[in-house]
Design a protein around this ligand. Structure first.
Ligand SMILES: [Zn+2]
Length: 64
């Protein structure tokens, strides 16, 4: 009998091989560090998104 291990995945952050296993809570990342780095990248990107959508909405505050 062969114990089926998780399949190999490549960490999106550092490209290192990792095992996709339910016990690997950082998947698809290889480690917590890579996961945090990726989350940090997302946070920075969100931070950079200017709030411009409101410009298209006419302000009706003074209509009444
Ligand atoms: Zn990694």
């Amino acid at each position: 009998m062969t114990a089926q291990k998780g399949k190999i995945v490549f960490c999106p952050q550092c490209g290192k091989e990792g095992i996709w296993d339910k016990e690997n809570k950082f998947r698809p990342f290889c480690s917590e560090r890579c996961k945090l780095i990726d989350l940090g990248n997302w946070a920075n990107e969100n931070y950079r998104v200017p709030i411009e959508e409101n410009k298209d909405i006419p302000s009706n505050d003074e209509s009444n």
